[in-house]
Write a protein that binds this ligand. Sequence first.
Ligand SMILES: [Zn+2]
Length: 183
Amino acid sequence: MNCEEIQAQLDTYVEGELTGPERAVVTAHLATCAACRRRADTLEQMAGLLHQLPREPAPEDLSTRILAAVEAKRRTAPVWSSRRVIIAAGSLVAGLLAVWLAFETALAALEGGVMEFVALLTSRPETLMAYPQEALYALMEAVPATELVFMLGMVLIALVLLNQVLAIPGNGRLQGWTRNGAG
Ligand SMILES: [Zn+2]
């Protein structure tokens, strides 16, 4: 083995983890190579110093203190992330649009004669029953289908966005982790 290969094994050699013929090879090399011996001496000194250092056990309340610090940071952290604010604003706008479209739909329905149709249906249903096809056409004309579709679509968008706002994890996940970690 050359010096490079020997020095690659010096760490394990110094720590006493190199055994068998490999250890004998390194020992034999060190007996003849001053450069590698110096390297081994340095490593031995460093290992000795490390082993002399007093082994301080971690304070028993370390985990408690870390968890308390995490909890304190969680309390001061803003609960509302910017993403949540943006989606909430979108949800609010969509909700207001849905209300406005509902009014528009109601107005269009009145203009289209829905009330007259209903009045006719309640007062003289036999007239409508006699001409079901015409009655169906009249109803289709009276009902503002476009406005109705727009309104329902906007309601759907508002609901989806609202659901997103509620689905964004705020601090619930961290709280669960803290509980698990402490328990
Ligand atoms: Zn050497």
